[in-house]
Design a protein around this ligand. Sequence first.
Ligand code: S3P
Length: 434
Amino acid sequence: MKAYKGEVSNLPPDKSIAHRAALIGAIAEGVTEISNFSGGFDNQSTLGVLRDCGIDITQEIVTGPHGHPARQVVIRSSGLWGFTRPAKELMCNNSGSTMRMLAGMLAAQPFESTLVGDSSLMRRPMRRVADPLRLMGAEVTLSAEETAPVVVRGTRDLRPISYELPVPSAQVKSLVAFAALHADGESRVIETLPSRNHTELMLGLEVEEFSDGRRAVVIPGRKTIPAKPFLVPADPSAACFIIALGLLCPDSEILIRDVCLNPTRAEYIDLLVESGADVMIENRRTSGGEAVGDVLVRYSPSMSPLRISDPGTVANIIDEIPMLAVLSACATGEFELHNAFELRGKESDRISAVTGNLGRLGFSCEEFPDGFSITGRGRIPGGRIAVESYHDHRIAMSFAVAARALDADVDIAGEEVIGVSFPNFFDIIGALEA
Ligand code: S3P
């Protein structure tokens, strides 16, 4: 089995922050410069649909802080009402964040637009988008299955709203906030469970804490958003795959630089440390309003199985669950997850995707409606083992790591989907091979 050693200073920029930087740039007044934007398909889809809505966007490759190529995006907008009627359907490809968060902005524009995506995105739940926007006065229609196409007939007269999120979703929180920025008065989005808080941080929104633990994000209506620069840190969700590789492969030692450590994103690192993983944070600092640090990971042969059920924890680690499950399976043969029904509505049904693929690798798995358990490993089948990406970048990367950790010959059907968030995944792994 190979060891993985060295430094990673070209991890992809954070996908969630980059989407928001582009969207906020599109409604800010003036020129927004975004340093370290991602070349991943999802973030590029956001730029594409914004251009289709008439927003002026340029993108160039410059030399980043560690000497690697980095993308610099410049967005020019006249402010909250700078969109123009798109001449065609807005193609969001695989990106749920693009579709949902842009729908919030389109709800305030006085024209009709239609949001569509690839076959995976066309299956994802969109009722959560339509409900709050209808309450605010926009007309939104969905398919009979409450999926895309999402047709938004926007209005300049959006009503302010006080909206408690029915599901813990940062995308829904953000789309309501983006719509509410255009409403005639102050709005509140209330969450009972925490979800990633980049939108609040990037817009400088006030957050009220209730005594019962709920939080309300306060959104002033129709206030000019002055353009400001954004610097995107490295993506902790991408770091998770490299961390797992380092923990699982003997003699590995990897330093990952400039990783976003926002507590609503990095809780998975705490879980790993509690389970006996050798992960250390160095050079902790604040950069562009976000907590950032360098992550040092070493091979960790004596981790204990991960067992996850706290709903708040599940919300904070939602994107890392496939990798954490596969990591726990490879390291210990065991894993258990509850209260994660939301995983069924991601780029794939991640509960059946992970258990299906682990089954093909010889693990015993049991599915629950809201989770699954892994109760042991059997013999890895010999020869080339076929698994599926399920058209889901995080599933493909989780099993690319598993293949290396188990030293198995694994063929991942459709692995090119990794480009959605991590176009240089195999380059980085190749450069770390000792
Ligand atoms: C995201 C929020 C999460 C996450 C997704 C990105 C975001 O989705 O799974 O990858 O950037 O707000 P939900 O809001 O649906 O939980």
